[in-house]
Design a protein around this ligand. Structure first.
Ligand SMILES: [Zn+2]
Length: 478
C-alpha cells in the first residue's frame, strides 16, 4: 500500500475585500439581505457594460507581489461560458490565456524541513451567485442570491508540488496568513472568502509520469481539506492496488459521511468556449504602478519570523505563533516598544492573551488589554511589585474592566510584600511557632522548606514575595 506517492495541486479562490464588485459599483460586502446588492450589470441584463474596478486590480497585483510572481503588464479578460442558475450572464468573466500573474512560490514548514511549493499562475475573475436549496415545504425550490455575483476573486493555482494531505493544509494556512498580512481578504473558509479545490493523482514511487487526476471540491475548512485529501489518496491507492483504473472526474467531499462522491466527469477546457471579452479592454499595468504597489507590501511572515528569532531570541515555535497573524506580531512589537522584555511579553501574549482572544473570538487589539497594559504588567512582575500569580488576577481584571494594571494593583492593594525587614519578622514568628519542624530542617530534611514558605505566605495573606521568603528562610534556618 505504501508504494504510491500522491501528486497534489491546489486551486484556491480568494474573494478580494474591495468595497465594490469587480465590474459594477454594487457593494461586495458579505452577509447582506439576499439580492440587496445587485444591479443590471451584475444581474447580466442585456445591453449593460462591465467597468473594471481598479481597486480589485491593485489587490490582485499585491497578491502576486507577496507571492513572488512575475506581474504581467498585459493581461486579458475572457468569457468562460456555462449554463447554471447562479451565473446570470451564462458566462463568467475570467482570465484564461493571459493571466495577471505567472510563477511565484511559497514556503511551508514541514516536519522534515522547509519546502517550496511553486505556483503556476494567478488570474482575476468574478464570483458567481449563490444557490440556496429550499427545505421543508420549499424543498421543491432552489433560490439564487446574486449578492455574490461579480464579487472580485483571484484564483491562485499551484504546481502539482504538494505530496501529502498535511502539506496541502500547511500550504493553505500559509497562503491565508500571507493574504491576511497584505489585507486583501479575510480568507474565511466557513464564509467562503477562501475556497479550495484539489487535484489529486497518485503514481508508483519513482515514476515520473502523472497518474489520472481527480478534482475534489466542497472542502470548507482546513481540517476538511486534509481529511478529504487523505480519503482520496487512500481511495485511489486501493483502486490501483487492486489493478483498477482511476476515472478522471470531479468529486465532492461529503463532510458528514467523511467520503468523496462522484459529481461529474471532468469537463475539458474546450467545453467552456473561452474567448476574449469584447466589452473589456486588455488590462495594462505600468512599471510605476507596480513599483507603487510593491511599497505597500509589509514585512511578510517568513522574514518576520526569522527576525523575531534573531532579534528577540524566540524559539521557532514561539515566533511561528506570533507571526501567524499580522495583528499578533504588531501587538507584540508595540508592547516591546514600551517595555523591552521579549521572552516574558511573548509568553503573556501566547498563554493568557491569546486564550482570551480565542475564547471570545475577538481580534487581539479588541480583547480588552492594550500592548501598553501587557508591557506594564510584565514590568510590575519583573520588578517584584506583584507576584506572577497576582499578575494573572490583574490580567483577568484588566480584560474584564479595561482598567490599567497599575490602577488595579493600587485599587486592590495587591502590591507584593518585598520589605525585607517585615518579611524577616514574619519568618521569625513562623519558625518560632514550629520548633520541631525547624529542627528537622536543620538536620537535613530540606523538603520542609516548602512547608515554611507556605506558612509565611499565608501569614502575609498571600502578599509575601516568594523569592525573598525563600532566601530569608534559608538564612534563618541555617
Ligand atoms: Zn451590480
Amino acid at each position: 500500500m505504501n508504494s504510491y506517492e500522491a501528486v497534489i495541486g491546489l486551486e484556491v479562490h480568494v474573494q478580494l475585500n474591495t468595497a465594490a464588485k469587480i465590474f459594477c459599483s454594487c457593494s461586495a460586502e458579505f452577509g447582506a439581505e439576499a439580492n440587496s446588492h445587485v444591479c443590471p450589470v451584475c444581474m447580466g441584463f442585456p445591453g449593460t457594460l462591465p467597468v473594471l474596478n481598479g481597486a480589485a486590480v491593485d489587490k490582485a497585483v499585491q497578491v502576486g507581489l507577496a507571492l513572488g510572481c512575475e506581474i504581467q503588464k498585459f493581461s486579458i479578460f475572457d468569457r468562460k461560458s456555462y449554463f447554471y442558475p447562479d451565473l446570470p450572464k451564462a458566462y463568467q468573466i475570467t482570465q484564461m490565456f493571459y493571466p495577471i500573474c505567472l510563477g511565484g512560490s511559497l514556503n511551508i514548514d514541514t516536519k522534515s524541513g522547509s519546502r517550496r511549493i511553486n505556483l503556476t499562475r494567478i488570474h482575476m475573475e468574478e464570483d458567481a451567485g449563490k444557490l440556496i436549496h429550499g427545505e421543508g415545504e420549499s424543498a421543491a425550490y432552489s433560490y439564487v442570491d446574486f449578492n455574490r455575483a461579480s464579487v472580485p476573486l483571484v484564483e491562485i493555482v499551484s504546481e502539482p508540488d504538494i505530496r501529502s494531505a498535511e502539506e496541502a493544509r500547511l500550504y493553505l494556512q500559509k497562503l491565508r496568513t500571507i493574504l491576511r498580512y497584505i489585507n486583501v481578504s479575510d480568507c474565511n473558509m466557513e464564509e467562503g472568502s477562501l475556497r479550495c479545490d484539489a487535484n489529486i493523482s497518485i503514481r508508483p514511487v519513482g515514476e515520473a509520469e502523472l497518474g489520472t487526476k481527480v478534482e475534489i471540491k466542497n472542502m470548507n475548512s482546513f481540517r476538511n481539506v486534509q481529511h478529504a485529501i487523505e480519503y482520496e489518496i487512500a481511495r485511489q491507492t486501493e483502486i490501483l492496488s487492486e489493478g483498477g483504473h482511476i476515472r478522471q472526474q470531479t468529486r465532492l467531499w461529503d463532510n458528514d459521511r467523511g467520503i468523496t462522491l462522484a459529481m461529474r466527469s471532468k469537463e475539458n477546457a474546450h467545453d467552456y468556449r473561452y474567448f476574449p471579452d469584447p466589452d473589456l479592454f486588455p488590462l495594462k499595468l505600468t512599471d510605476e504602478k507596480i513599483e507603487r504597489l510593491k511599497k505597500t507590501i509589509p514585512e511578510l511572515p517568513d522574514s518576520r519570523k526569522a527576525r523575531f528569532m534573531q532579534e528577540y531570541s524566540l524559539s521557532a515555535q514561539d515566533a511561528d505563533l506570533l507571526v501567524s497573524e499580522k495583528d499578533y506580531a504588531d501587538f507584540y512589537e508595540d508592547a516591546l516598544k514600551i517595555y523591552s522584555s521579549p521572552k516574558n511579553i511573548a509568553n503573556w501574549i501566547m498563554s493568557e492573551l491569546l486564550r482570551v482572544v480565542n475564547q471570545k473570538g475577538l481580534s487581539i487589539f479588541n480583547a480588552g488589554v492594550a500592548p501598553a497594559d501587557i508591557a506594564q504588567l510584565v514590568k510590575l512582575i519583573e520588578s517584584g511589585a506583584i507576584s506572577g500569580k497576582q499578575g494573572k488576577e490583574v490580567f483577568a481584571e484588566a480584560v474584564e474592566t479595561g482598567k490599567t494594571p497599575e490602577a488595579i494593583v493600587s485599587e486592590k492593594g495587591l502590591s507584593q510584600l518585598s520589605d525585607k525587614g517585615e518579611l524577616y519578622g514574619i519568618v521569625q514568628k513562623v519558625v518560632k511557632a514550629n520548633p520541631s519542624e525547624a529542627e528537622r530542617f536543620k538536620s537535613g530534611e530540606e523538603k520542609l522548606l516548602g512547608f515554611f514558605v507556605g506558612l509565611v505566605i499565608k501569614e502575609s495573606r498571600g502578599k509575601a514575595n516568594p523569592k525573598l521568603v525563600n532566601e530569608i528562610l534559608k538564612e534563618t534556618l541555617k
